[in-house]
Unconditional design. Structure first.
Length: 281
């Protein structure tokens, strides 16, 4: 099993807005390459400074979104569920990610339906939440549950700007989560509320500022920008917001959490259990 706070990142060597597969992307609004490198290096330094161990995946030409390693898969208990991407533009990443997981010693498997890694999977108290309706396919959730050996709660998403679940919600610990209820159906928003004793609800504006797209290391919450109200809400609960601006990557539709994949499931992730049946590999 991976040690706590082991995170996979990929240098932005080939990052750029080369196509448009989400509403944030505009090929006429390119990222500044030098600024992107500085922002990525600052984020990595921030994470390591908070005690994280950062593993690196080698960037490959022709894969401009490889920097968003949260979409590579979902890792828990020595198993890695490798992403299956909806858009052909990202499907070239799949064998690269699978190879990295295998070489790192993970047992790997891919769902037969679309599931875009930790972009649409996150840990709760004793459960994983899985988003669907924009990118990932709900039919993949049962496959993920069987392979990872955990309960999965499906959440239907409704805001096309928040196309991955990691833009909609972020578990902070076993009882607390950031969540944008407007981006979920009423039933799905209730399902989140039933699992967390304390939810900090994000407004549409706060959610669209990538507030939920954060990386949580203990009581530190690393994000692109922390709105003042959210900063006060976090402080009242014993958390400290740490800003690490990644504005160049927002042009590609990705924020802080998109650029780091926890290799142990992440904060509030459930304990893995043995799964009956045959092996996946």
């Amino acid at each position: 099993m991976s040690p706590p706070n082991r995170i996979l990142m990929c240098p932005p060597t080939h990052f750029g807005v080369r196509y448009e597969i989400n509403l944030w992307m505009d090929t006429a609004r390119q990222a500044d390459d030098d600024a992107a490198i500085v922002q990525w290096e600052r984020l990595r330094a921030t994470l390591t400074g908070l005690g994280a161990t950062v593993d690196l995946e080698e960037p490959r030409p022709g894969l401009p979104d490889q920097v968003f390693t949260a979409n590579a898969g979902f890792a828990l208990g020595g198993r890695a569920l490798v992403a299956s991407f909806l858009h052909p533009e990202r499907q070239g990443e799949e064998p690269v990610h699978e190879r990295w997981f295998r070489e790192a010693g993970f047992e790997t498997w891919k769902t037969t339906h679309i599931l875009e890694g930790a972009g649409d999977l996150c840990g709760g108290v004793d459960v994983l939440f899985a988003g669907y309706g924009i990118r990932s396919d709900r039919r993949a959730h049962a496959e993920a549950a069987a392979f990872l050996g955990v309960e999965v709660v499906s959440l239907e998403m409704t805001d096309p700007w928040l196309y991955h679940l990691d833009l909609v919600m972020a578990p902070l610990d076993a009882r607390t989560a950031l969540v944008a209820p407007h981006a979920l159906t009423a039933a799905s928003a209730r399902a989140v509320g039933e699992r967390f004793a304390d939810t900090i609800e994000l407004t549409r504006e706060e959610a669209h500022a990538f507030t939920a797209n954060c990386l949580v290391l203990g009581d530190r919450v690393v994000m692109h920008h922390c709105p003042p109200r959210i900063g006060r809400e976090l402080e009242a609960r014993g958390f400290e917001a740490i800003e690490s601006p990644v504005g160049e990557f927002l042009k590609g539709g990705g924020g802080v959490r998109c650029m780091g994949l926890f290799l142990d499931g992440g904060p509030a992730a459930p304990e893995p259990v043995e799964v009956a049946g045959g092996a996946h590999g």
